[in-house]
Design a protein around this ligand. Structure first.
Ligand SMILES: [Zn+2]
Ligand SMILES: [Zn+2]
Length: 377
């Protein structure tokens, strides 16, 4: 260990008090021990969930380095013959992504229900690893992150644009989980996606990749739908945000589907009132896959007769685990061959985190990432 290495420090964006300005702090970069990996973060993604964490909408320990999605360069490894999640050799200098959560493998959902996403003791970088614990660098909005043994780490395939890989860093694995484990898109189906944020765009893009005959994106405002069009996402895009009457958009979907409705409707808005609309756009015997209600936004009025009369399969999907991140990374070459995902991303320097969060809060950017510039000498 050189002198420089032993005194290396890394900057990080820290949530110290709910609803108050975040702080840029410096922490010592520890050596990787006990099978850990230290990664120099290149990008840390900003997700809608981060806004909720900042405001204290979820019970989390603080102070906390934020950032549960990231991409970076392996800086230090503590392992005899290190391998990534696919079994490929892992070395200092490799470009990797990692899963934010580690399931415990011991609780009832992990062991008996075989549902690691529902783990009762999930440890998540950027969400429930406080700086009070050692090491403090446990989030991706930082120059370095300390990834404990047991973290799912996956090397990026060669030739993949790093910014493009960040476009759906959280939304992509979320949708992979929903479509692989909960309700797959079947060949030739008509799919309606409600919501044109990153999760909605991931849903539409993966539905297209899965062989849907017609993917209809119902979202807005116009600027977001234009971005989706530019990236070749969805076959038809309908603006429900700027519509005088949302029911007209529902009628438009029915007109596009022979008056019957879609085989599958995927909810990615996070707005409770969108559920009644979503059900109205599903055909009898169809499915309604609900993903967007990750934060508790309250109750909504529903007519349960619509579920029975339509014989609707209503399926919820919660988060994702390591295997879904690996699958997202495996899909990246195919995704990038078909969709211009890089055009969805806006990058800000690490110390511009306030401006970046403001842009996300106002909905002015599709996907914001912090360029962390970790690994500088
Ligand atoms: Zn997220
Ligand atoms: Zn568990």
């Amino acid at each position: 260990v050189t002198k420089a290495e032993s005194t290396r420090r890394g900057r990080a964006v820290v949530l110290e008090k709910f609803g108050e300005p975040l702080a840029l702090r410096e922490f010592e970069v520890p050596r990787a021990v006990n099978g850990a990996t230290v990664v120099a973060c290149k990008y840390g993604g900003i997700c809608g969930t981060d806004l909720h964490l900042h405001q204290g909408h979820l019970p989390i320990p603080i102070p906390l380095v934020l950032g549960h999605e990231g991409l970076g360069i392996v800086h230090d490894l503590d392992s005899e013959a290190p391998r990534d999640a696919n079994g490929a050799p892992l070395a200092v200098g490799d470009v990797v992504m990692w899963a934010s959560s580690i399931a415990c493998g011991q609780c009832v959902p992990c062991r008996l229900h075989r549902e690691p996403t529902l783990c009762e003791n999930r440890r998540t970088y950027g969400v429930n690893r406080s700086t009070v614990e050692e090491p403090a660098l446990s989030g991706a909005w930082a120059e370095y992150i300390y990834l404990h043994s047991g973290t799912t780490i996956v090397k990026l395939p060669p030739g993949i644009d790093h910014l493009a890989a960040m476009s759906l860093a959280c939304a992509g694995p979320t949708m992979v989980h929903a479509l692989y484990e909960r309700r797959p898109v079947r060949l030739g189906e008509t799919v309606v996606v409600q919501g044109s944020g990153p999760v909605g765009l991931a849903a539409a893009a993966l539905a297209q990749m899965s062989g849907a005959a017609h993917v209809i994106l119902v979202g807005g405002p116009a600027k977001r739908l234009e971005l989706a069009a530019k990236a070749s996402i969805a076959d038809t895009r309908l603006n429900i945000i700027d519509a005088a009457d949302p029911d007209e958009v529902v009628s438009e979907v029915l007109a596009l589907t022979d008056g019957r409705g879609a085989d599958l409707v995927i909810e990615c808005t996070g707005v409770p009132s969108s559920l009644a609309q979503g059900m109205a756009m599903a055909r009898r015997g169809g499915s309604y896959l609900i993903i967007g209600q990750y934060s508790d936004a309250g109750d909504t009025e529903l007519n349960p007769h619509q579920i029975v009369r339509r014989q609707l399969d209503v399926v919820g999907s919660w988060a994702f685990h390591g295997a879904h991140v690996v699958e997202y990374v495996r899909l990246l070459p195919a995704l990038l061959a078909r969709f211009d995902l890089q055009s969805l991303v806006t990058a800000y320097a690490l110390d511009e985190f306030e401006a970046a969060l403001e842009m996300v809060a106002q909905g002015n950017v599709m996907k914001a990432v912090l360029a962390c510039a970790g690994g500088r000498p």
